[in-house]
Design a binder for this molecule. Structure first.
Ligand code: GLU
Length: 325
């Protein structure tokens, strides 16, 4: 990609735990992709779920990311034209977007409970990314809605999904095509407890913040067609997406917040060196020939999409323990 000041990438951490090596891997690659194209970087806190987000993690996250040598031009601590960089404070913008979709007849209330959906879809679990939805409430009459409300049921709001396939060219994976009908069907824009859904908040924020490049883990790939649908229906241009491989633990499981031993906070407390952590990740990403120390800025001239590995990368605690300290 040629250097362009118009590239705008973003780091979008959820403050639901201390940031760990798996998060940093994706954030480092997002930062390198944007900065190596001469672009800007936004830091946005995805603290939309009040039950899961904790303020204590917010400060720790920003501090850990800076300690590693990442920086951003806009964010909750530095401000910027978007106003707030915390999703918990951007509810009015999500409400306005849903109103526009509602006015176009694209939103309907869904009275199904999680338990009912689980039974209907035979889904092992339901999460915010949306489980398969068979369209139970798609065509309820006004009387049926009123009866559900009278019985005390609260409604979530679902998007009436377009049936055409959605196509995009992924910076890491190449051409992608997905049909929303086949990947979950109509999905929630607002939960029945009033919490705005991740898909809505991310799409609206990426558009309103002028994000042109979204680099994130491959685990989020199934969400991209949903976000593309929201963007298109609201008349916004889509950013470019790049879904990078994941860091896996010794058992082949995605690194998650429960891997506390690979939390940056923990590694710092044990005396780890930031340059070693970044160098290790740069080596895993194919940007360094051997395990060596590096800062994010030193990796910049080496960043190229073609260099990134195609497969998920193993990262065992014992592999990194001796190198980090
Ligand atoms: N907030 C999400 C996470 O921490 C990332 C969402 C995204 O990049 O779109 O996993």
């Amino acid at each position: 990609m040629s250097p362009s000041a118009s590239v705008c990438g973003r780091l979008a951490p959820s403050p639901t735990g201390y940031i760990h090596l798996g998060n940093v891997w994706a954030f480092l690659l997002a930062w390198l992709a944007a900065r190596s194209a001469g672009g800007r970087v936004i830091l946005r806190l995805e603290d939309i779920d009040p039950q899961r987000s904790r303020p204590v993690y917010t400060d720790a996250m920003l501090e850990d990311l800076r300690w590693l040598g990442l920086d951003w031009d806009e964010g909750p601590d530095v401000g910027g034209p978007a106003g707030s960089y915390r999703q918990s404070q951007r509810g009015a913008l999500y409400a306005a977007a849903v109103q526009r979709l509602e006015a176009a007849g694209l939103v309907y209330p869904c009275f199904c409970t999680r338990r009912e959906l689980r039974q209907l879809a035979g889904a092992p679990h339901l999460d915010d990314a949306g489980a398969p939805y068979p369209g139970t409430c798609r065509d309820l009459s006004a009387e049926e809605c009123a009866a559900h409300r009278a019985s005390g049921r609260k409604a979530s709001l679902r998007l009436r999904c377009p049936s055409e396939p959605l196509c995009f060219i992924d910076l890491a994976l190449g051409p992608q095509e997905a049909s929303l009908v086949h990947c979950g069907g109509d999905f929630a824009l607002r939960r029945s407890d009033g919490v705005w859904a991740y898909q809505l908040a991310v799409a609206v924020d990426d558009a309103l913040m002028g994000v042109t490049q979204v680099v994130r883990g491959r685990d989020i790939l199934p969400s991209t067609p949903r976000q593309l649908a929201i963007l298109a229906l609201l008349g916004y241009a889509a950013p470019q997406y790049g879904h990078v491989p994941l860091l896996l633990d010794g058992d082949g499981e995605r690194l998650a917040k429960r891997h506390q031993s690979l939390a940056i906070r923990e590694l710092r407390q044990q005396g780890a060196d930031a340059r070693r952590i970044v160098g290790f990740l740069g080596w895993r990403a194919g940007l360094l020939p051997v395990k060596q120390t590096a800062s994010p800025a030193e990796l910049l001239p080496r960043f190229a999409w073609e260099r990134l590995p195609k497969d998920d990368q193993l990262c065992r605690r014992e592999d990194v323990a001796t190198f980090f300290a």
